[in-house]
Design a protein. Structure first.
Ligand code: UDX
Length: 436
């Protein structure tokens, strides 16, 4: 099949490369000339494990090409995916659909044969209807269908999420759309990936409902963690104790500094806006958003507490290990590290940081932080070490070396990477999350 992927960002590039790897002929389109030129030299615009290799091998195999010209890219395409960004609109939190609509208009003008237009970008309920209206109004004489096919890719694990999905959701209103999508995903049927056909609006809502539920699960365990600290319980055991109940499930019950990233913060806000527009409040999600926002700053206070409170903290130095919102990505969007660093700086604490991939993007967001070349360099002379992101590189620190380099053996472990008893034995003043 021939596929055009419009938007060569995170979702478009991963999806395009994986489709090509399944044997489809894929053109990834982007209006950013510099991005296309870089991709042609196999330089990826994002950090994602395995992506550069996957792109390179499919380019070599002649199945994957790049273009800045939408018209030629969609010529003869069976499916045209819209995978452009839908950022939060400044001011009101609504998803900004400017790019989606722009692309839809251009597809309408340049369509040269029958095709299915697929929204892969995360878009609010009803966007598929609007895209269909734009295509109809373009007066194109060619047959088309508009389909919703949300992505469920986790950064850092996006390729395996694409190739071995828990499910594929396709929202289509007619048989033409369903038929083409069945062919697009046929290579995955062989892996027995469940494919769920729904109406288009339902599919659009599934994406938001899924992310809001996961954000709720994380926020729930984070509040349990706070309660554990008060009552002297251990949240890791609570998570295990409830997670073994199949109805609850053990995933996404890891307490930490609050969720961040490109999806959960943006999608929960957009869902609240949709709920407001349709006068059907989702109060649980409202609470999740508020609790998660205040949690990030509260983590800064937790560090200050470990430094002896506001008085004791002023003038001290902290080593922050990890800045990205999670490991195996360079993404800093809504990372808890931003609020934590700000809270520490406000309290007069000096910060040295190390992150394996995130420092370039983080530096302009926190100009007061000294970026270093290794965890140990950051730790040198620090009054406390804070693990903000659970990169593998921080899971087996040389504790003797940490103790020698740091001014004091104080470890604040916001991801519960270490065992409190082990750390006590190693002579550290240890603070985890929810380990009373
Ligand atoms: C998420 C969804 O998982 C994916 O399906 C969707 O399409 C895009 O959004 P992503 O943002 O890449 O993916 O990261 P994810 O691994 O889901 O983590 C999101 C945030 O939740 C991170 O900040 C992470 O640290 C946090 N988290 C996750 C927890 O604090 N505890 C957990 O148990 C799980």
């Amino acid at each position: 099949m021939k596929i055009a992927m419009v938007g060569s960002g995170y979702v478009g590039l991963v999806s395009g490369a994986c489709f090509a790897d399944f044997g489809h002929e894929v053109v990834c389109v982007d209006k950013d000339d510099a991005k296309i030129a870089a991709l042609e030299k196999n330089i990826m615009p994002i950090y994602e494990p395995g992506l550069a290799e996957l792109v390179a091998s499919n380019v070599r195999g002649g199945r994957l090409t790049f273009s800045n010209d939408l018209g030629s890219a969609i010529k003869g395409a069976d499916a045209i995916f819209i995978a452009v960004g839908t950022p939060s609109r400044r001011g009101d939190g609504h998803a900004d659909l400017t790019f989606v609509y722009q692309v839809a208009r251009e597809i309408g003008e340049k369509l040269s044969g029958p095709a299915v237009v697929v929204t892969k970008s995360t878009v609010p309920v009803g966007t598929g209807d609007a895209v269909e209206r734009i295509l109809t109004e373009s007066g194109t004489p060619h047959r088309f269908a508009v389909v919703s096919n949300p992505e469920f890719l986790r950064e850092g694990a996006a390729i395996s999420d694409f190739k071995r999905p828990d499910r594929i959701v396709i929202g289509a209103e007619d048989e033409f759309g369903r038929e083409v999508m069945r062919d697009v995903y046929r290579p995955l049927f062989l892996n027995k990936a469940p494919i769920l056909f729904t109406g288009r609006r339902t599919s659009e809502l599934i994406k938001y409902a899924g992310n809001a539920f996961l954000a709720t699960k994380i926020t729930f365990i984070n509040e349990m963690a706070d309660l554990c600290e008060r009552v002297g319980a251990d949240v890791q055991d609570v998570a295990r104790g409830i997670g073994l109940d199949n109805r609850i499930g053990s995933k996404f019950l890891h307490a930490g500094p609050g969720y961040g990233g490109s999806c959960f913060p943006k999608d929960t806000l957009a869902l609240l806006k949709t709920a407001e527009d349709f006068d059907s409040p989702v109060r649980i999600v409202e609470a999740v958003v508020k609790v998660n926002d205040s949690r990030k700053r509260a983590m800064g206070r937790k560090v200050i507490e470990a430094l002896g409170g506001a008085e004791g903290a002023r003038g001290k130095k902290v080593a922050m290990l990890g800045l990205t919102f999670k490991p195996n990505t360079d993404d800093m969007r809504d990372s808890p590290a931003i609020a934590i660093a700000q809270a520490l700086d406000d309290a007069g604490v000096a910060i040295a940081a190390y992150d394996p991939e995130g420092m370039d993007l983080a530096a302009p967001m926190m100009p007061f932080v000294t970026m270093t070349g290794s965890p140990y360099e950051a730790i040198e002379g620090a009054d406390a070490v804070v693990i903000v992101t659970e990169w593998d590189a921080f899971r087996a620190l040389d504790l003797d070396r940490v103790k020698t380099l740091a001014k004091a053996p104080v470890l604040i472990d916001l991801r519960n990477v270490y065992d409190p008893a082990d750390m006590a034995q190693a002579g550290f003043a240890y603070t985890g999350v929810g380990r009373g």
